[in-house]
Design a protein around this ligand. Structure first.
Ligand code: G3P
Ligand code: CA
Length: 241
């Protein structure tokens, strides 16, 4: 059965990358969550998508220029009624110990290198003994190869925005057990061949009914979606068992 990963949590209905969006994804019955990590000025691993806090919070400026205690004062649910802080990754991992969800941690280090971020994330994942439920991904493939070297027990999956030739060969060459392509990137036969070669395929961000249907029809390993509720409903229609 195709697994459903909630992109930045249940972000179709809740503020992205907040504890509420993760908890509601779990309540909805998602198989996993996806989240993005960056580092504060004092080296705390925090869960936020953009390098700047401007779009998603009440504040302005780069994540890297905030001390964690100051970043926590910002409201990451500025359109909602209830104030919510930017979560520390540790808070999410602590909550993951209360359930069985998988968690795809995306290293957001394409623009800002965040030296030492992989080490800190690996250390936290090991502290909470969650290695078997975590997948590291990144558009920065050097970063996921580095994380594999640090922690070969934790799965990795490169993110792609454009097609690459024989992705299963590439994945095997960097010891990745999965790939996370943009949903429109790969034709069905390439997805099938990749899976036949033992590499999981988890396309992002799959929000339209027709796109969900496409991936359910070929029994794709997983989809990453903003709307786990819709995905679960459609999966029930298109996949049995
Ligand atoms: O992991 C898939 C997806 O999250 C990658 O793109 O920009 O939403 O982080 P983005
Ligand atoms: Ca992401």
């Amino acid at each position: 059965m195709t697994q459903i990963f909630a992109h930045r949590g249940y972000s179709a209905s809740f503020a992205e990358n907040t504890m509420s969006s993760f908890i509601e994804a779990g309540n909805a019955g998602a198989d996993g969550i996806e989240l993005d990590v960056q580092l504060t000025k004092d080296g705390e691993v925090v869960v936020i998508h953009d390098e700047k806090v401007n779009r998603t919070t009440s504040g302005y400026g780069f994540v890297k220029d905030f001390l964690f205690k100051d970043l926590r004062k910002l409201n990451a649910n500025k359109k909602g009624a209830k104030k919510e802080p930017i979560p520390a990754l540790e808070e999410v991992l602590e909550w993951l110990k209360t359930n069985n969800l998988q968690c795809n941690i995306e290293f957001k280090n394409g623009l800002i290198p965040y030296d030492g971020m992989e080490e800190k994330v690996v250390q936290l994942v090991r502290k909470y003994d969650l290695s078997q439920r975590i997948i590291f991904s990144s558009f920065n493939h050097y970063s996921i190869v580095y994380s594999y070297r640090l922690a070969p027990e934790i799965e990795t999956a490169p993110l792609f925005i454009e097609s690459i030739y024989m992705p299963w060969i590439y994945s095997q060459s960097i010891r990745a057990k999965g790939i996370h392509p943009k949903h429109s990137t790969l034709p069905d036969h390439i997805i099938k061949t990749t899976m036949e070669n033992g590499i999981a395929v988890r396309p992002y961000t799959v929000n339209k009914d027709a796109h969900m249907h496409r991936f359910f029809k070929i029994n794709c390993s997983a989809i990453i979606t903003d709307d786990p509720v819709k995905a679960i409903q459609l999966r029930k229609l298109y996949q049995k068992g």
